[in-house]
Every structure is written in C-alpha cells, then in structure tokens.
Design a protein around this ligand. Structure first.
Ligand code: OGA
Ligand code: NI
Length: 344
C-alpha cells in the first residue's frame, strides 16, 4: 500500500490544488460576497493615541465602541522596526519546510504553543482556509522556551513585539475604562493579571475564494484584541447589517471589543461579529494579540453600570469556564455570551 501522509496543514496543500477540497466548501446560504471586498470604501473610526487632548481620545473611543465595536489606532508608539521584524519572521516561519513547521503541530486547544489549521479540527464540520501559530506571551519567561527556534530570530523578534504590545494593550484598556465612566484601572483590575496570547494567522492563496472563509463570522472571547494585518485586505466587520471591509493602513492597528468587555460594560459595548475572507491572488497574514482575563478572574458587569434602568445582563462566571466553552463550541454566529446571559 502506498504510504499516504495524513494532511494536517493547509499551507503546502493550498499551492497544489486548483479547486477547493470539499471539506472547505460552505453551504450556499453562508458564502462570502467578494464584490464587497473590492468595492468598500467606508471604514471604522480612527483614534490618534497621541492626541494632546486626552478627553478627546476617550470620547473617540466611546463613540467607536458604542457604534462599531472596532477602531483603528495611529500614533500607538510601537516602533516600525519592531512591527516589521514581527511580520518578516512570521512570513519566514510559514515558508519553512512543512516537516520543520510540523514540530510545533498540535490539535489540542489547551496547549499554550501550537501550530494548527482552520479553527478547531476536532469539533468543526467545515474547515477554514487558514493555518495558524498560537503562542502565549505573558509572563514571557513561562512560555518562551516552548516557542519555535526556527527561524533563528523568532524568539527575539516575537518577544520584543509582545513586550511592546503588553504596554499598548493595557493603555488601550485604561482608555476604554474611562470611556465607560469607570476609573482608569477598572478593567485591568477586573481581569486579574491579564493573560496575553498571540496568533499568527496565515491565509494561503485560494483557488475558489467565493466558496470558503479564512475565518467565518465570530466574536472574540477576549477582553480586547489588537490586530496587525499585512497589506492584503480580508477582514470584514458587521456594521448595521452590512459587512464593512477594513482596508489595511500602514502603521495602524485594529482594536476590537471582545466578549469580556461586553459583559463588564453590561452591554453598553458589544463584541461585534467579524470574519476573514481569502483571495486567489495573494497570501494574507494577520497577527492578533488577544488580551484575556486570568483564568481564575470572576467576570461580571461593573456594579457602577448596573442600576434600575440597566439591570445586570450576565451572571458572574469564572473566566476559565467561558474559555473552555469557547473552544468546544467552535466558531459560530451565536456567541458563547448567550450561555451566561440573564433573562430579564
Ligand atoms: C481572529 C480574527 C481576523 C483576521 O483571529 O480572531 O478575527 O483578519 N482575525 O485575520
Ligand atoms: Ni476575531
């Protein structure tokens, strides 16, 4: 019998097929609209983090969070060189021979360092056009010894990026706290010692991008996510019933509110659905940094945001419970938040 190697990753397979294999094909009722990807001009709000008027920053964030759940940040203080090293080393990683990349492979979502494909191959029915390397980044010394050592500069470049992103994430969460009328430290404290993960998403060129997603519609289980994308568009955000394309802008990050801030804000801010489309011309890469509560933090609506007019919308829960449910359920249109919602 021929020795057939099981296909675990997409990257190499993608370059050999001229049709999308059947396990990637979405049902007719759930396919992307590629015209939208090209024609969209509207975009999500921009926040300048070096605006000398701090209350202006806070107001802009409040407006963006209430109306979009997403915003872009400029003048964020992360040096261009740090970002370009992060992007380059990620590209090099996905160009390594598959046998080398496979050293990091695992389909177990509880592993802190792992290369995988799609979303959760153990639970999902339709696969997504994506490979990804997932890393835990804080505290760095607990995880860095598990990270890939090839490319040789991988650990240095990614560690530098994630250290810088820690400061930025905490700063953005402070401004979000203020934008809710809470003390600046509120969200940081509510999360315990916030966890920080990173995903390096690699979306190969796809021969039939109209049949599949890089990532289907989902909300993030995070407090916030800060995303870096390369120059290839693909991210879409649901806004007033339409999918808005977030066109890449150099030196800009995209911030979105995740499920945990939806709960803490008692629904004043929503964790908005978004998705990633693929295309037949160019590979796409995105690098989200995910800020989570610590596993034992108890998440609940901020008492200051609960009153007779705004009864508590969620029951208290330990974050680890939420996180386990997220990976078991798979990405779907309903968020895991439904499971913690109170019936008022
Ligand atoms: C995610 C995500 C979007 C993108 O990783 O949660 O939404 O553009 N990524 O890759
Ligand atoms: Ni997401």
């Amino acid at each position: 019998m021929a020795n057939t190697k099981p296909l675990l990753l997409l990257t190499d397979l993608a370059s050999t097929v001229d049709r999308v294999p059947s396990n990637f094909i979405r049902p007719l009722s759930d396919r992307p609209n590629l015209q939208q990807l090209q024609s969209s001009t509207a975009s999500i709000p921009i926040v300048d983090l070096q605006d000398p008027n701090h209350s202006h920053i806070v107001q802009n964030i409040a407006h963006a969070c209430r109306n979009y759940g997403f915003f872009q940040i400029v003048n964020h203080g992360i040096p261009e060189e740090v970002v370009s090293k992060m992007v380059n080393v990620s590209k090099e990683f996905f160009r390594l021979p598959e046998s080398e990349r496979m050293k990091n492979y695992s389909d177990d979502p509880s592993k802190a360092t792992r290369l995988s494909t799609s979303f959760n191959v153990k639970t999902e029915k339709v696969s997504n056009w994506r490979d990804y390397l997932r890393l835990h980044c804080h505290p760095l010394q607990d995880y860095i010894h598990e990270w890939p050592t090839n490319p040789p500069s991988f650990r240095d470049d990614v560690a530098e990026y994630s250290r810088r992103m820690r400061g930025l994430g905490l700063k953005v969460m402070e401004a979000i706290s203020e934008s809710l009328g809470l003390e600046k430290e509120y969200i940081g404290k509510a999360l315990g010692e916030p966890a920080q993960h990173m995903s390096i998403n690699y979306y190969p060129r796809c021969p039939e991008p109209e049949l599949t997603y890089g990532l289907p519609s989902h909300s993030d289980p995070t407090a916030i996510t800060i995303l870096l994308q390369n120059e290839v568009p693909g991210l879409q955000v649901l806004h007033n019933g339409h999918w808005l394309t977030v066109n890449p802008v150099p030196n800009t990050f995209i911030v979105n509110i995740g499920d945990q801030i939806q709960v803490i804000s008692n629904d004043r801010y929503k964790s908005v659905l978004h998705r990633a489309l693929v295309n037949s011309e160019k590979e796409r890469m995105s690098i989200p940094t995910f800020y989570f509560p610590s596993p034992d933090a108890v998440i609940k609506p901020a008492p200051q945001l609960v009153d007779n007019d705004h009864p508590a919308q969620y029951t208290n829960y330990e974050f680890s419970e939420f996180y386990n449910k997220f990976w078991k359920r798979g990405l779907s249109k309903e968020t895991c938040l439904d499971m913690f919602k109170l019936q008022n």
